[in-house]
Design a protein around this ligand. Structure first.
Ligand SMILES: [Zn+2]
Length: 129
């Protein structure tokens, strides 16, 4: 295992991690259960998600393809060939979907719609939901 920090290597070589495995696991667990940690992780996640969402929306012109609605809260990404659920299952939910859109250079199979136009489109296609 390569170490950037020689102290980490020394600790590892001394078997510190192995000897104190349980204690380390517990302190790590405690750390992640702290309210400050949870709060900070939540904020960081939101920042990260917002960054990718914004880029993804801007990449598709920043407005609904059909009606021009441009309030970000009203916009969503629609899979033209209707495989949205399967696709999200593959690449994950949350920011990873928006990141995927940006990294794949805004693929044509995705379009940006507002909630109303999205619903109208689905009803026109004969979906009940
Ligand atoms: Zn619309």
């Amino acid at each position: 295992m390569p170490y950037a920090n020689p102290i980490d290597k020394k600790i590892y070589d001394m078997g510190y991690g192995e000897k104190n495995k349980k204690r380390l696991q517990e302190s790590r667990k405690k750390y992640y259960q702290r309210d400050e940690t949870k709060q900070r992780r939540k904020i960081n996640y939101k920042k990260y998600k917002d960054k990718w969402t914004k880029q993804a929306i801007e990449g598709y012109g920043g407005e609904c393809l059909f009606c021009g609605e441009d309030r970000p809260e009203a916009l969503l990404f629609h899979h033209v060939n209707g495989n949205g659920t399967e696709h999200r299952g593959k690449i994950g939910n949350g920011y990873s979907f928006f990141k995927w859109i940006v990294e794949n250079n805004f693929p044509d199979e995705i379009i940006l719609l507002c909630g109303t136009c999205h619903l109208i489109l689905h009803r026109a296609e004969g979906d009940d939901d």
